[in-house]
Write a protein that binds this ligand. Structure first.
Ligand code: MN3
Length: 259
């Protein structure tokens, strides 16, 4: 199962998340949730499925200060990302898309839609996920906090990349080497392996026409608007600092929800 289809979404629901911890529930218990997910009247976007409206930023503009400054966050969220959200709705209205269904349905068939849908649908999805992929830097009066994944996610990363440090190095290379604008990704590929890559502009691995295909777990925005005010042309410095605000709990939850 490499692209989100009905079966994988069912798994999303079967393994729901409560109180920040992944809780696996039995299929019978999941049935009403499944119904609400697939019944268009009841579909509501969440942190693992994306609707067409922009959701509130999960923290204040100032929350990531020293890594991502408040001005960058405000412009990025309220101007850039808000524009993608507005434009994807315009495209969806023009192309008669049922906006009560998840945006993922459109992205996995994006070759059938316009360039406006590709750019803005991708832009909206990528940013909605990007905000969730970050959290305020954790402070420890005893010394620096090593912001790293744990458990099954760490195991999967170490299995594929030998070490977390090696993974970070290779991921950063994808971010640095993406010419122009785009994203670096940690994702689950067709072989169900955790891997890394990058996409151009606002493409993402869900798209049937993307350079890499699979289910994204972690995305890094390397467009200049994501870092230019603070880091100017130094994209590598932005990426290096960004590791401190990655929300590994969320990344792990995406992996567990994917199954
Ligand atoms: Mn952006």
């Amino acid at each position: 199962m490499t692209t989100p289809n009905k079966t994988s979404r069912r798994k999303f629901i079967a393994q729901t998340v409560k109180g920040g911890l992944a809780v696996t529930v039995g299929l019978s218990a999941a049935a009403p949730l499944l119904q609400s997910f697939t019944t268009k009247e009841n579909f509501t976007p969440g942190i693992f499925t994306t609707g067409f409206d922009q959701q509130p930023l999960p923290y204040a503009y100032t929350a990531l200060e020293n890594i991502i400054d408040a001005m960058t966050m405000e412009i990025h969220y309220s101007k850039h990302a808000a524009a993608y959200a507005k434009n994807v709705k315009d495209a969806a209205a023009a192309e008669k898309v049922d906006m009560t269904k998840p945006l993922e349905d459109v992205l996995s068939n994006i070759s059938k839609y316009s360039a406006k849908m590709r750019n803005n649908g991708g832009g909206h999805y990528n940013h909605e996920m990007f905000w969730q992929c970050m959290r305020p830097k954790r402070e420890n009066p005893q010394g620096p906090v090593d912001n790293a994944p744990t458990g099954k996610l760490l195991e999967a990363i170490e299995k594929e990349f030998n070490s977390f440090d090696n993974f970070k190095k290779q991921f950063a290379e994808f971010g640095k080497n993406r010419f122009g604008s785009g994203w670096a990704w940690l994702y689950i590929n067709k072989e169900n392996l955790i891997t890394i890559g990058s996409t151009v502009n606002q493409d993402n691995p869900l798209m049937d026409i993307a350079e890499i295909k699979g289910y994204p777990l972690l995305g890094l925005d390397v467009w200049e608007h994501a870092y230019y005010l603070k880091y100017q042309n130094k994209r590598a410095d932005y990426i290096e600092a960004w590791w401190q605000v990655v929300n590994w709990d969320y990344v792990q939850q995406r992996m567990e929800a994917r199954g």
